[in-house]
Design a protein around this ligand. Structure first.
Ligand SMILES: Cc1cc2nc3c(=O)[nH]c(=O)nc-3n(C[C@H](O)[C@H](O)[C@H](O)COP(=O)(O)OP(=O)(O)OC[C@H]3O[C@@H](n4cnc5c(N)ncnc54)[C@H](O)[C@@H]3O)c2cc1C
Ligand code: SF4
Ligand code: SF4
Ligand code: SF4
Length: 392
């Protein structure tokens, strides 16, 4: 099968798959397990559309270079609890759906595969809450979005910056009724490493158990505690720093090659609005942080600003200078630097090595750090307090 674009740069956004008039393109895992397009030459008529709409090396954002930034917290505490940070996406989508509009976002499907999905109702919207730290399969959502836009519906589409660039290139024109939201993006692990993680977790359990949910940003002990909860019939909680999947993610072992040379996660941003965690809130204004989660929203253009005017005023906590936001969240204007062994890690994951073995090999941790994360929260707080006292 021939390739559309240099494999190292291709983000797997799916624009080419959605545009192909002959259904000649399939999106599936490449040799390292990341989604990439593959062309069936028997079906291809060489029309060139896939290359034409690919956003790589040609996408240019028209947004402002220095966006205004607002701190945000959803005023519905039950919803806020289920979201990764301040529940901005949930509030935006709630508004759009109540206008008889459509929201697109990322869910775990019935097989716990991470993919984009469409909804017109608040019940299914809940599946889109929170971060699934895995490359998402956009499937045919660009085609569906176009149909919704053409029928005059208000549409909210959220995703990584490369996916938003892919959607915009695919659409080939601006639609008044489309609002896009991108995430400040650390980079994505492959669906393959996620598959191994799920299998290793389930291997310890009776075959009758079914994996129902993984929350990589569980707030059961607060926003800052960084816990992962895994739900079968019961729910298990692990500290992110002890969880093999999150260790690979946070230490940039499981990054896609395209993320290391990303063209989209930068200023000016791709979407109308950009959402992120408000890391650094304690240094900015500690009184804002109730440990329930706060986001920042980057307002990248007039359309983004207009939409925010429709959200409840009490959700907006403060204006945050761009320099402050960037100081604590470098991914606002660039992506993560890959671990020096990230290629070997992905190759071994794609081979017969387990995730556990790869983590042992490439993410060595001092024992005291591992023990610290196993301590109850009140002891950790006491240790932090004593360290602060010594520093004063
Ligand atoms: C892969 C990834 C990397 C991220 N890196 C950073 C970072 O470096 N710094 C930072 O501040 N924030 C990062 N975020 C965003 C952060 O985790 C929160 O999503 C953000 O703060 C918004 O939180 P929220 O509470 O408003 O919404 P939430 O309810 O948490 O957000 C849900 C939104 O995220 C989208 N989403 C979930 N999983 C995916 C996925 N796999 N691919 C595309 N979209 C997805 C959903 O469609 C929905 O729009 C990242 C998110 C993802 C998915
Ligand atoms: S359109 Fe997206 S998936 Fe297709 S080749 Fe370009 S970057 Fe890759
Ligand atoms: S050249 Fe045309 S027919 Fe061939 S894969 Fe690309 S879009 Fe499809
Ligand atoms: S870092 Fe760039 S290429 Fe990777 S998922 Fe994020 S936006 Fe896409």
């Amino acid at each position: 099968m021939k390739k559309i674009h240099n494999n190292n740069k291709c983000t797997g956004c799916g624009a080419c798959y959605n545009i192909c008039p002959k259904g000649a393109i399939t999106i599936k895992g490449d040799e390292l397990g990341f989604y990439k397009p593959f062309i069936n030459e028997d079906k291809c008529i060489n029309c060139g559309l896939c290359e034409k709409i690919c956003p790589l090396d040609k996408y240019k954002s028209q947004n402002v270079e220095q966006p205004k930034i607002l701190a945000f917290q959803n005023n519905d505490k039950e919803i806020l609890f289920k979201c990764a940070s301040g529940g901005v996406f949930a509030k935006l989508a709630d508004y759009v759906i109540k206008q008889n509009g459509i929201a697109y976002g990322v869910i775990y499907d019935e097989n716990m595969i991470v993919s984009h999905s469409r909804t017109d109702n608040l019940i299914d919207l809940e599946k889109m809450y929170s971060s699934k730290y895995v490359q998402s399969d956009t499937r045919n959502t660009f085609t569906q979005t176009k149909e919704d836009l053409e029928s005059g519906k208000l549409v909210l589409y959220s995703g990584t910056p490369c996916q938003i660039a892919g959607l915009k290139s695919y659409l080939q024109k601006d639609y008044e009724n489309l609002i896009t939201v991108d995430l400040v993006c650390h980079g994505v692990p492959s669906p393959l490493v996620f598959e191994k993680y799920k299998q290793e977790f389930m291997a310890k359990l009776p075959a009758t158990e079914k994996l129902l949910n993984i929350d990589f940003r569980s707030k059961v002990e607060g926003w800052k505690e960084e816990l992962v909860t895994t739900t079968i019939t019961t729910t298990t909680t692990t500290h992110a720093k002890l969880d093999n999947f999150m260790r690979a993610f946070l230490h940039n072992l499981s990054l896609n090659k395209s993320c290391t040379q990303c063209q989209f996660n930068k200023l000016p941003r791709v979407a109308d609005l950009t959402i992120a965690d408000f890391w650094g809130v304690d240094d900015f204004d500690k009184s804002l942080n109730d440990d329930k989660g706060i986001s920042i929203i980057l307002i990248n253009n007039m359309k983004g600003r207009y939409l925010l005017e429709h959200l409840p005023k009490e959700c907006f906590l403060a204006e945050v200078p761009l320099a402050v936001a960037i100081k604590y969240n470098k991914n606002i204007c660039g992506t993560s630097t890959a671990h020096k062994n990230y290629i070997e890690f992905s190759q071994e994951i794609a081979g017969d090595k387990t995730l556990r073995d790869c983590i042992k090999k490439y993410d060595k941790k001092p024992v005291y750090k591992i023990l610290y994360h196993m301590l109850p929260k009140f002891i950790k707080n006491f240790i932090k307090y004593e360290i602060l006292k010594m520093e004063k």
